[in-house]
Structures are given as structure tokens and as C-alpha cells.
Design a protein around this ligand. Structure first.
Ligand SMILES: O=C[C@H](O)[C@H](O)[C@H](O)COP(=O)(O)O
Length: 255
């Protein structure tokens, strides 16, 4: 079966991430089309090599896919720690900060990433940006009083160093889309975010905001799949959680 260039890139990044998986690991399984490739390749390796790994899914969609493919799952509440999480992203920058949540799974994804020893992002080149913000930033909010929360987010944006300030409520087939955790999603059309860590903290301080799709200092590696099947790895040398200013990034070209 010949793959489209996009799938070739996603599968190359996923195959490279799979080399980080060791027998006995507990794995965070991300959500989205790229993470879906990883789950598929993982399932093939489990069958081929009989490795024993357990997955913690980050959405109902990933639970469904993993169960369909025979990848063993457990709940996050049943494990003390996740060894490695592999997930996609909507954007990443040179500091390995991310925008996630295009598929509405940002909350479980962030909880799982935070519980992981290591978060590895798999992506194609289209996700690489000089500054985050061209992709609308998803913000998960509770349904109660959601218009008040939207107003508070709007007021916050008026004082923030961003290019655009439009906010939309994400809709599904029957009104506002409801996430796996029962919340709504606001999409913030910001164009360019000039201080992502500051915006992330300020959003999280608004009552009614559950989480934003800004993943700051959480990823330790981004694997970029290319349409020719090659990969490029960008790795954070210092431990995740260390400030961006101190982070030294290392680039490797792979074949
Ligand atoms: O909520 C969805 C996730 O954050 C996805 O990982 C993200 O949207 C990237 O998805 P894809 O790999 O399909 O571009």
C-alpha cells in the first residue's frame, strides 16, 4: 500500500518514536492522526516481538483505537507513573513548547504528559513554527457560566501581547462540542503569541478555565517525520520543567 506524503511523514516519526519503547514500559498514548500511527505501529510490534507494554489512553478515540488493535490499556489512576508518552501536536516551536487540542483531547493529554517521565512529540514539518499562535489555541472551559468565562478570557487577551483576539466556541454536530471530560472548548485566534508561558499561566488563573492547549516545558523531544521517510530529532537536553531560557536544544539529522 503506498502512503500519501503526509502519512509517510507521520509513519516515519512514529516508527522512530517506537524505537524508544522498551519491554515492560507503561506508555501514554496520544490522540490524533499522528498518534494514531504510533498506536498502529505499536500494536504490530507487540504482536511481532511479544513485548509487554501497557498503554494509558488520552481520549475516548484512542481507547477505541487501542482496543480495536489489541494494545493493552490501563487507567491512569491504576499506575503510579508513566514511563513515556508519545503524542502529536498542532504546533511546536524551537523551545519545544506546543499548541495541542485540535482534536479536543488537550486535558487528558496534559494530565498524562504531566504524569510521564518523558513526553515525546511526533509531528511533520507543517507543525514547526517560529512562534506559536497561527493555529487557534484551544482552551477547555467548564460549561457552567461559559459566556462569563469567555468574557474573562477576552478581557485577558486585551492586555496580552498577541496579534489577534478573536474567540470562537468550538461546535459539534449539535451545538457546542463537549469534550471527553464534559467541558466546552474556546478557540483563540491569536495569530502570534509573543509570551506563551505568560499567557498559559494567565489563562489557568481564570475561574472556569480548566486548561489551555499550551504545553510549556513539557516535551523533551520532538521527532519530525519527513515525506521521504527520514526523521529529524530535536531534543531538550535539560530536564523538562527547567526554564526555557536555560534549555539548550540539540539538533540531529537522521537518515
Ligand atoms: O486534541 C488533539 C491532539 O492535541 C492532537 O495531538 C493534535 O491535534 C495533533 O493531531 P494530528 O496528529 O491529527 O495533527
Amino acid at each position: 500500500m503506498s502512503l500519501s506524503p503526509a502519512d509517510q511523514a507521520k509513519s516515519a516519526a512514529s516508527a522512530r518514536a517506537l524505537t524508544l519503547v522498551e519491554d515492560g514500559m507503561t506508555l501514554g498514548l496520544g490522540t490524533g492522526s499522528t498518534a494514531g500511527w504510533f498506536v498502529r505501529l505499536l500494536s504490530e510490534r507487540i504482536k511481532r516481538e511479544r513485548i509487554r507494554v501497557t498503554g494509558v489512553a488520552t481520549s475516548s478515540a484512542t481507547v477505541w483505537l487501542a482496543e480495536e488493535l489489541g494494545v493493552p490499556l490501563c487507567k491512569l489512576e491504576d499506575v503510579e507513573r508513566i514511563d513515556l508518552t508519545v503524542d502529536g501536536a498542532d504546533e511546536f516551536d524551537a523551545n519545544l513548547n506546543l499548541i495541542k487540542g485540535g482534536g479536543a483531547a488537550l486535558l487528558q493529554e496534559k494530565i498524562v504528559a504531566a504524569a510521564s517521565g518523558r513526553m515525546v512529540v511526533i509531528a511533520d514539518d507543517s507543525k514547526r513554527v517560529a512562534r506559536l499562535g497561527a493555529f487557534p489555541l484551544p482552551v477547555e472551559i467548564v460549561r457552567f457560566g461559559w459566556t462569563s468565562t469567555r468574557r474573562a478570557v477576552q478581557e485577558l487577551l486585551n492586555g496580552m501581547d498577541v496579534e489577534g483576539r478573536e474567540i470562537s466556541i468550538r461546535t459539534g454536530s449539535a451545538g457546542p462540542l463537549v469534550t471527553d471530560e464534559g467541558h466546552f472548548i474556546l478557540d483563540l485566534h491569536l495569530g502570534q503569541i509573543n509570551d506563551a508561558p505568560r499567557l498559559a499561566s494567565a489563562l489557568n488563573a481564570i475561574p472556569g478555565v480548566v486548561e489551555s492547549g499550551l504545553f510549556i516545558d513539557m516535551a523533551s523531544m520532538v521527532i519530525i517525520g519527513k515525506t521521504d521517510g527520514k526523521t529529524e530529532v530535536i531534543e531538550r537536553v535539560v530536564a523538562p520543567g527547567t526554564s526555557v531560557d536555560q534549555a539548550e536544544l540539540m539538533r540531529n539529522q537522521d537518515s
